[in-house]
Unconditional design. Structure first.
Lengths: 253, 253
């Protein structure tokens, strides 16, 4: 099984742009980089991560993208023991956000459209699930969280999620939503903050991997032989995976 | 000269809404409250502030509204020695924001549409003025400030001001702009935060007054006899005041 490690740059100081590992341009032969779909990857050692022995390679693979994406805002916002965290959306990013927030000691809840993920939320370590479609539950949770991590990638109104944020707290939304509109009042009352975050750099990714190894955090995955990639893509389109597919390339040997 | 102190509530625990000092309803006689236009005000002592002797009453009057409005975000965002602060808009709020930020030890700059306030900016203690209409100056100042305090009350694009914010920094905008639209990318790149703030409560207002007394901070005002109120209102509409009018009601005696 080949697990491709994430890389962020080819390290050439005289070039101003990084070589992206996926859909980038290889600096040696001009080919398109294939990221996780590569059979193999030749990379300078300082752009690879040592995978901690405690982590299953397949279940650790999503940490290099979804994991670091949720680690960055949780870390930057100082989430730790007792921080009240809500994770909106329980998908690939969301389920890792819950696991990492719980491992950091945060008092963690999930916000989801439908109640059918309540068991999963609890199994992942959350205290409970707030149903976003239920105005009463949303009103009860108003002003309650220091950090709301919004992992919903479909366009949606941020107002209801800002209202869950406590005084001086932050809504960090991780879906690349393009232009977003918020009511000034939803920021003004309670001095709330709207933020976002992308992926993380090499030191943060290495810290995240060490933390996950120490706390036994990996993604919940379905491992499929690479020949079944189209089935995986089809189910992804239907949002039918809990919570990440990983392709095992051993069948290519 | 009568200087009306600000009050935020009548303190009756069985009532859920505060009695606003301006355009509120008096709980005793049902009349409309007149705020700073009152000849006199009867108020419970715990809703009045002791004016520090070091502060000129006329120049201190605007501290009770503009002063506390800029104090709150500066304080909440931890502005202190060495914090890089930009104040956008040099008006009633802005000039006090500069004075208070400088007194807090911050490395303070002003962002203004036109260069003609550069002398004022420096006189108030700012290091300099960035002309927002000059794309080159705005580009040079990109990612440079931990805190950008946007005091511009006219509708405007927040994007250029977000781009001045440094990694993990905050744009706090204090104009009540209603719905505002920002590009996710302007928040994502640099994990920047968009926030806002209203006025402050009694403990914060008392602290602000003490701080201003200690550091000699008051508003730059024009003191007019109350009979000239219409002239003041007319000049306010033309944005022709540096930086606050205060009405002296002695002429009513």
């Amino acid at each position: 099984m080949a697990i491709t490690m994430a890389m962020t740059s080819n390290g050439s100081p005289w070039r101003t742009r990084p070589t992206l590992t996926y859909d980038g341009i290889d600096r040696h032969d001009g080919s398109t980089t294939l990221g996780g779909y590569s059979r193999e990857y030749v990379v300078r050692d300082r752009f690879a991560y040592a995978l901690p022995a405690a982590l299953d390679p397949a279940a650790a693979a999503p940490l290099l993208c979804a994991g670091i994406t949720v680690w960055e805002p949780l870390h930057a916002l100082g989430v730790g023991p007792g921080t009240r965290v809500a994770v909106a959306g329980l998908g690939g990013l969301g389920h890792l956000a819950v696991k990492i927030a719980v491992a950091l000691g945060a008092d963690t809840s999930v916000v989801s459209r439908s109640p059918d993920k309540a068991d999963d939320a609890r199994r992942l370590g959350a205290h409970g699930l707030i149903v976003s479609a239920d105005p009463e539950q949303m009103a009860d949770a108003r002003d309650r969280f220091d950090v709301v991590l919004d992992t919903i990638s479909a366009p949606h109104d941020l107002g209801p999620y800002l209202r869950l944020v406590a005084m001086d707290g932050t809504l960090s939304h991780l879906g690349h939503l393009g232009p977003v509109t918020v009511e000034t009042t939803d920021l003004l009352v309670g001095r709330k903050k709207l933020s976002s975050a992308g992926s993380g750099g090499r030191p943060a990714t290495a810290s995240m991997l060490d933390f996950c190894a120490e706390h036994g955090v990996t993604a919940d995955i379905e491992l499929l032989p690479s020949a079944r990639v189209n089935e995986a893509l089809d189910r992804l389109r239907r949002n039918d995976v809990r919570y990440r597919f990983v392709l095992d390339m051993a069948d290519l040997d």
